[in-house]
Design a protein around this ligand. Structure first.
Ligand SMILES: NC(=O)c1ccc[n+]([C@@H]2O[C@H](COP(=O)([O-])OP(=O)(O)OC[C@H]3O[C@@H](n4cnc5c(N)ncnc54)[C@H](O)[C@@H]3O)[C@@H](O)[C@H]2O)c1
Length: 255
C-alpha cells in the first residue's frame, strides 16, 4: 500500500484504455483516494463509471485545460472534494490530426500553438493551482514520449510539444522543490489508446518496438501505472526533475 491514506488527482481519463485510467487503477490498488478528471460532456458518463468502479470509489470532475476559466472551475470543484492533495498525475495531450500527417515542415501556426498549449502549458497551469493544495509537499507527474528527443515517424508537432513538456517539468521541479513538491515525467513506450489512434502507422511502431526493445515486447499501460505509483510515493522522496523511461528499454536502441 505505497499510497495508503494519500489523496491524489489523475488528469486525463478518456476511457478504459487511457494511461490515466491505468494510473488510477494502480494508485487506488496502492491505497490512494482519487479524483479523476475528464475533458468534456462526451467523456463524462464513461469517466464517472470508471471512477465509481475503482476500489474506494473515486470522484470524477470535469477539467478542460484549454482555458484558465475552465481550469479555475475544475480546481474549485477539486478543492471542495479534496482540500489537501498529496500527488497529481497529468496525462493529457492533444494535436490536431492534420498536424500528424505529412511532413513536420508543414506544421501550421495554430496547430503548433494548440499542441503546445494543451500538451505542455497545461502542466504549468495545473502546477499553479495545485501547489496551494500541497502545503505539506507532494508529487506531480506527467506523461511524455521518446518523440521529445528523437525524430519518430508521424509524431511531428508532438515532438517539440513533449520536449517543451519535459523542460517545463524540470523548471517546475526547481521552482517547487523548496516547498517539498517533486515534479517528474514518465516517458512511456507505445500503448494503443485513443490519443495514439491519431498517429499514423502506429501498428508499425508497435511492431518495431517489439522487435528492437531490450525486453522484446511492447509495454502495458499497467506498467506505467505501477511506475507512477512509485514516483508519487514516499519511496521516491529523493527524486525530482527526472524523466523515467517505462518503455521496455526501447530508448537505448539504435537502428
Ligand atoms: N499511448 C501512447 O503510446 C503514449 C506514449 C507515451 C506518452 N503518452 C502520453 O500519455 C498521455 C495520455 O495519453 P493516452 O495515450 O492515455 O491517450 P488518451 O486519449 O486516453 O488520453 C489523452 C487525454 O487527454 C485529454 N485531453 C485532450 N485535450 C484536452 C483538453 N483540452 N483538456 C483536458 N483534457 C484534454 C483527453 O480527453 C484524454 O483524456 C498523453 O500525454 C500522451 O502523449 C502516450
Amino acid at each position: 500500500m505505497l499510497l495508503g491514506g494519500k489523496h491524489g488527482i489523475v488528469f486525463g481519463v478518456a476511457n478504459k484504455r487511457s494511461i490515466a485510467y491505468a494510473c488510477a487503477r494502480s494508485a487506488s490498488a496502492a491505497g490512494a483516494h482519487l479524483i479523476l478528471t475528464y475533458q468534456n460532456d462526451r467523456l463524462e458518463k464513461g469517466a464517472r463509471e470508471l471512477a465509481a468502479g475503482l476500489p474506494g470509489e473515486a470522484v470524477a470532475v470535469r477539467c478542460d485545460v484549454s482555458t484558465d476559466a475552465a481550469l479555475d472551475d475544475a480546481f474549485a470543484a477539486i478543492g471542495e472534494q479534496m482540500p489537501l492533495v498529496d500527488f497529481a498525475i497529468h496525462s493529457i495531450a492533444y494535436a490536431d490530426r492534420s498536424e500528424l500527417d505529412g511532413g513536420f515542415t508543414a506544421t501550421s501556426r495554430q496547430g503548433f500553438a494548440t499542441a503546445h498549449e494543451v500538451s505542455s502549458y497545461s502542466l504549468t497551469a495545473i502546477a499553479q493551482r495545485l501547489a496551494p493544495l500541497m502545503p505539506n509537499g507532494g508529487s506531480l507527474l506527467t506523461m511524455s514520449y521518446l518523440g521529445s528527443e528523437r525524430v519518430l515517424p508521424h509524431y511531428n508537432v508532438m515532438g517539440p510539444a513533449k520536449a517543451s513538456l519535459e523542460a517545463s517539468m524540470r523548471y517546475l521541479a526547481a521552482d517547487l522543490g523548496p516547498a517539498g513538491i517533486r515534479v517528474n515525467a514518465i516517458s512511456a513506450g507505445a500503448v494503443r489508446t485513443l490519443a495514439a489512434s491519431g498517429i499514423g502507422d502506429f501498428s508499425k511502431m508497435l511492431d518495431i518496438t517489439k522487435e528492437r526493445s531490450p525486453l522484446r515486447r511492447n509495454i502495458e499501460a499497467a506498467e506505467v501505472g505501477d511506475a507512477a505509483v512509485f514516483l508519487c510515493s514516499d519511496m521516491a522522496r529523493g527524486i525530482t526533475g527526472v524523466t523515467l523511461y517505462v518503455d521496455g528499454g526501447f530508448h537505448v536502441t539504435t537502428l
